[in-house]
Design a protein around this ligand. Sequence first.
Ligand SMILES: Nc1nc2c(ncn2[C@@H]2O[C@H](COP(=O)(O)OP(=O)(O)OP(=O)(O)O)[C@@H](O)[C@H]2O)c(=O)[nH]1
Ligand SMILES: [Mg+2]
Length: 406
Amino acid sequence: MNEENIRTGIPKLDTALGGGLRPGSITVFWALPGIENSPFVYHIIIDRLNAGGSGIYIVQTKRADTVETEIKHYGWDISRYKERGSFCFIDAYSGLIHAPSNEKFIVKDAKNPKAITMTLEDVLTEKSNHKIVVFDSISTLIDHCGEKSLDELVEWKKLFIKHNATGIFLFTEWPYDKGILNKIKASADAIVQLNAIEEKVILREYFTVPKVDWNGKENKDAKVPFKITRPGGIRVYIPKILVTGPYNAGKSSFVHSVSTKAVSVERVGTTIALDHGHVDYKGFSVDLFGTPGQERFDPLLEYLGGEALGVIVVIDSTDSETFPRAKEMLKKSKSIGLPYVIVANKANLENALSPNEIRERMNLPKEIPIIPVTAKTVPEGKEKLPAVLKLEDVHKVFDVLFGMII
Ligand SMILES: Nc1nc2c(ncn2[C@@H]2O[C@H](COP(=O)(O)OP(=O)(O)OP(=O)(O)O)[C@@H](O)[C@H]2O)c(=O)[nH]1
Ligand SMILES: [Mg+2]
């Protein structure tokens, strides 16, 4: 990790980039048509501004105030940074369509990439603290100014090195010649590629980091699924985690305790169809699907388990007789082979077994994490109602499991 790197604020991306974006370089957010890349730069720039940094946004694809409005949809206000002077636009769009502009910095001759360079140099010199420079986008530059304009990227990079600024460039891969694509790849010090798994409609989007000049070879094959949330920005997206385990172990308690929204289908305190919960945690967006525990619902297990990316097996630490049932459920939900963790619930009760004892009795390999969890509050009375589990305990479960999945 390099101390100087600019953190993106997007989990997994910083890791793949070896700690973040490198000053004096160009990182291209490379998207296939139909995938939005601008939310990534909105997320990064707001994160920097909130952290006391500063930035410049060169628009060539849309109006500056359109960008401002789009950023608002994520729940972020960039105008106050503009007023304070830590953020500004360079308007290289109005000039293209001969429209008036309210921006302070305008490139009138926006079809001429050298004119953009000159304005950029002026702004970087005047605002010497402006560390992030977004350019939106390389595709527009090629479309309006021709392939030759790509040579100008070399000049921009020289400016970034001179001013210790970090370039973040958007690019959408329309059907361009291979030569053009190679030229862009060569000008980029790092590439974050945004892809999608498609089947008539886009099913899932993910990013990879196929090129990072400053970070050796690590992490380059990792595919990180993401989701764009408004408000919220970029979230690493885990569409399905299965929560299973024996009757009465605390599955519903777990799902309810961790979720921002949760729905259960219950009858007199036992789950009869499923628990569904949604979790927003440390930049992750996760959907949890809980199963019933009673054996009469076992035919459901296989369906509920389909397409899960990871499994949480909740057990009652005081009830070792149910442990074989936990393993059976793992099998029946077709989850063998997926990353899974054992949540050892009710760990503070007097006769609770320790993780080591549980590992032994369940005959679990040592690489399977067993995480003790306890309730903060348990509903009083005879009725079986979900308990509220300690947040620090359930967060530990996520820290471990998310790390195993992605
Ligand atoms: N003392 C204590 N009780 C707990 C704890 N966690 C859950 N419970 C209680 O255990 C019972 C079962 O919890 P649930 O969350 O409904 O369990 P479940 O696994 O969803 O149960 P089924 O859906 O019926 O299989 C409830 O009465 C909870 O209040 C805990 O950590 N400590
Ligand atoms: Mg339940």
